[in-house]
Design a protein around this ligand. Structure first.
Ligand code: ZN
Ligand code: ZN
Length: 244
């Protein structure tokens, strides 16, 4: 008798890690680019990533703006809260492959070479030094599924000697991944009331840098910024590896 896949019991975390262990034995560590052994990403393949030279307005993405700040037209809309978003790369297929392996094959070691890309793009950005760095939070359910917050690991690896705050901004609701929600209005709706703060007082007067792995049309960044600005943040800027 065949088992209906939908009715199969979901594997527990232990089962998942055991499966991944088996996969590692069958498919040992090899560079995701050139298949060189004993590394997930060799230096040569890391150097292949083409960093974005000109940043765009994070909300409309139509206008090239200095340091990825929001364009004048978007800035004056009532639902704009984010001040700018830096993206390391726009359409780098290899980078997307590496990010996918990081998030869905749970290869945590990739956080170091990916954070290096964030550091390189920050250097190009001439951004004023923020007071705090915050990763975009995951809902507990997704955190349990993945076992780590990919944005938090990137922020930790970035190691900018700026306070990293991971326990203030929180995700209150479980939502569909933004990339799966096609229309911008629906994306905004999908995020309504999703983020909250544990301690709003700690935010007042601060310049904050938010970190995420991938951004679509920056609606997640903008929604986080809305919550942070409401608590009195002076400026909220985002930094992501890629734009979908
Ligand atoms: Zn390689
Ligand atoms: Zn714009």
């Amino acid at each position: 008798m065949s088992i209906d896949a939908k009715n199969r019991k979901k594997p527990t975390n232990n089962f998942r890690y055991f499966s991944l262990y088996c996969l590692d034995v069958i498919f040992p560590k090899r560079c995701l680019g050139c298949k060189k052994f004993d590394t997930w990403l060799c230096d040569k393949c890391h150097a292949r990533f083409g960093l974005v030279v000109e940043q765009r307005c994070p909300l409309c993405t139509n206008v090239i703006t200095p340091s990825g700040i929001t364009c004048l037209k978007c800035k004056h809309k009532s639902n704009t809260f984010i001040d700018g978003v830096f993206v390391a790369s726009y359409q780098d297929i290899f980078l997307k492959k590496v990010i996918h392996a990081y998030k869905y094959r749970f290869i945590k070691e990739l956080s170091a070479p990916l954070a290096l890309l964030l550091a390189q793009s920050l250097q190009n950005a001439h951004l004023k030094v923020p007071d705090l760095i915050m990763p975009v939070p995951l809902h507990d359910r997704r955190m349990r599924w993945r076992g780590f917050n990919q944005s938090q690991l990137l922020a930790q690896e970035l190691d900018l000697q700026i306070p990293l705050v991971c326990d203030n901004l929180k995700r209150l609701k479980f939502t569909a991944a933004q990339v799966k929600v096609k229309n911008r209005q629906k994306r905004l709706k999908n995020l309504e009331g999703v983020f909250g703060l544990n301690d709003s007082k700690a935010i007042a007067g601060k310049k904050i840098l938010l970190i995420d792995d991938i951004t679509t049309t920056s609606t997640t960044f903008n929604e986080c910024a809305r919550v942070l600005k409401k608590a009195g943040a002076l400026k909220v800027t985002g930094l992501a590896l890629a734009r979908e």
